[in-house]
Design a protein around this ligand. Structure first.
Ligand SMILES: Cc1cc2nc3c(=O)[nH]c(=O)nc-3n(C[C@H](O)[C@H](O)[C@H](O)COP(=O)(O)OP(=O)(O)OC[C@H]3O[C@@H](n4cnc5c(N)ncnc54)[C@H](O)[C@@H]3O)c2cc1C
Length: 542
């Protein structure tokens, strides 16, 4: 390594684990400079995840759940980059390129792994395309905007009762803390703001919580979990137990066993998977792919590497392992920092012995459930304690003051209903279709051109009571160009016949490409003419 340079502690991940490790390292450093702290995080802010569900209803401001890491950690060198790879042999970290496409390599002497976990939809049919995760601020803002968009659309959808019902049905998969809090907040929000839509009847609204086990909130005692379930159901949430989400399309959540719930809003907080970069490391892993550490938070079999938070399997005194919660991650940060300093300066290392203070979860409408030091609390008192504890845990008095005033005003004022349109266009979209599902219907407006990535579809012309199959399409073929080129409505229906993944380009982008790439336009026009002729012959044969 670079011999004379200062020792460097590199922390990967700026969540509860990483930020609190850096905070305690800064404290231990005091006025000295015997080591340097580097923290790499995707964003330049720390997210207070337990409050994210409140962003859906706007009961706290979007920026009040986050804090700039530079302000929290003034003596830490922050790299706002994605970690791309970790090389344990050469003790280097490679981060993603910035404005210039060259690799950025950081050497380390001491490494802290605190990258959390991910919600991984890979391998689940249609979920990568149609389910929304709920982990960070962007997810929360996107969900809020999407829900408001769905309500706006439903308010003016008179022709198609099926579409209207899909727009007014909201499905959340995962009955752990995050899924339950999201369902509760979503339910409160849609039911409150629906009053502003004269054409929406509150009885049309459905919020469904799908959970694979026999009770929600497995983190809590059965009594408290049942209480929470009762409250949710009283508020109108449909709780579906022993039910697994298996697949999705843009119009349906498909449950194991084949039942389909028509919806245009599917949020999934499951399955929670190991971080892919941690997964790729040649280090010992335990349950759910978490890095195995000893009680000093040192990764088993590795030198000068600590792991904590959701990506680590940390032993507890009672023989189990620490649950993936914020309260554990931030306290593990303190222990890890102390042990890193002990490694640098020499000294006694300390074990992580925290057993947890309890669990709390909000259920909307000024109620919550909590299990604090073994005591079960529910209802308004639990909600008040929940708010006070989280308020005091927020970093900085400025932020606490802002959140406290937002919460106070929220008690008096109606929920905010503004949809923030942050992107001018949706760009290329990936979609998944199941057999029998229509991509578009004859007579619809032409809004996109589609390319089949895999799967099959048929092009069908409806003629009175009859249907004529005009073509069968498969992988690599495209459709939907005619209505765009002719500026007309769809001349036929395209229906999926075998599970199909598509890429589609919106009309605006398609028109720009066609205008500036004349050869592309000519090719498409000649294919369109061939297809039109073939279709006319088939229709004539009838
Ligand atoms: C909606 C929700 C509600 C929750 N409610 C509660 C609750 O009420 N009580 C409770 O105790 N816990 C709650 N939790 C769980 C708690 O937030 C986590 O246990 C805690 O955040 C774990 O901390 P961490 O540092 O391990 O991971 P995280 O806080 O997830 O931090 C990981 C960090 O690593 C960064 N990162 C990941 N990959 C890369 C990369 N390749 N390059 C650079 N940076 C990267 C991420 O951007 C992130 O900043 C909730 C979680 C969610 C999602």
């Amino acid at each position: 390594m670079t011999g004379s340079r200062q020792k460097r502690v590199v922390i990967l991940g700026g969540g509860f684990g990483g930020v609190y490790t850096a905070k305690h390292l800064e404290k231990a450093l005091g006025r000295r400079d015997e080591f340097e702290i580097v923290l790499v995080n995707k964003e330049n802010y720390f997210v207070f995840q337990p409050m994210l569900p409140e962003v859906i209803s706007g009961s706290i401001g979007m920026l009040d759940t986050v804090s700039p890491i530079r302000r929290l950690l003034p003596r830490t060198n922050l790299h706002v980059r994605d970690v791309e790879s970790i090389d344990i042999n050469s003790k280097t970290i490679t981060t993603s390129p910035g404005f210039r496409p060259h690799a950025h390599i950081i050497e380390y002497d001491y490494l802290v792994l605190a990258m959390g976990n991910v919600t991984d939809f890979r391998g689940l049919r249609g979920l990568p395309e149609h389910a929304m995760p709920f982990k960070n601020l962007a997810d929360a803002v996107q969900l809020r905007n999407h829900v408001i968009r769905a309500l706006e659309e439903a308010a003016i959808e008179d022709d198609d009762p099926e579409l209207r019902s899909q727009l007014l049905t909201f499905v959340v998969a995962g009955g752990g803390f995050s899924g339950v809090e999201v369902a509760a907040e979503l339910n409160d929000f849609v039911r409150e703001v629906a009053r502003n839509y004269r054409s929406i009847n509150p009885t049309e609204l459905r919020v469904v919580l799908v959970h694979s086990q026999n009770r929600i909130l497995p983190e809590l005692s059965e009594k408290l979990a049942l209480f929470a379930q009762k409250i949710l159901m009283k508020r109108g949430v449909e709780v579906r137990l022993n039910t697994k989400l298996e697949a999705a399309t843009g119009e349906e959540a498909i449950l194991a066993g084949g039942e389909k719930i028509g919806t245009r809003t599917l949020v999934s907080t499951v399955p929670s998977s190991p971080h892919p970069i941690i997964d790729g490391l040649d280090l010992p892993k335990g349950k759910n792919g978490r890095l195995i550490t000893n009680s000093f938070l040192e990764v088993e079999g590795a030198e000068n590497i600590w792991a904590l938070g959701d990506c680590a399997q940390v032993p507890q005194r009672d023989g189990g392992f620490c649950p993936p919660t914020a309260q554990h991650a931030l306290r593990q940060g303190r222990t890890a920092a102390g042990n890193i300093v002990a490694s640098i300066r020499g000294g006694k290392r300390s074990e992580f012995t925290f057993g947890g203070l309890g669990q709390m979860g909000a259920l909307g409408h000024h109620s919550a459930v909590a299990q604090i030091m073994g005591v079960n609390i529910s209802g308004f008192i639990a909600w008040w304690i929940w708010r006070t504890i989280y308020l005091l845990k927020l970093p900085g008095w400025g932020r606490r003051l802002k959140v406290a005033s937002s919460w106070t005003l929220d008690l008096l004022l109606p929920a905010e209903l503004v949809e923030l349109k942050l992107t001018g266009s949706m760009g290329i979209t990936q979609e998944h279709f199941e057999p029998g599902e229509e991509v578009f219907h004859q007579g619809d407006l032409g809004d996109r051109i589609y390319i089949i990535v895999n799967g099959e579809a048929e092009v069908v012309r409806e003629d009175g009571d009859f249907e004529i199959i005009l073509a069968k399409l498969g992988s690599g073929e495209y459709f939907g160009e005619m209505a765009l080129l002719k500026q007309s409505t769809r001349g036929a229906t395209v229906r999926c016949t075998a599970p199909m993944d598509t890429l589609s380009l919106p009309k605006r982008e398609f028109s720009m490409l066609a205008a500036y790439l004349p050869q592309m336009r000519e090719t498409l026009e000649s294919v369109m003419e061939q297809r039109t002729r073939a279709n006319a012959q088939k229709s004539a044969r009838g």
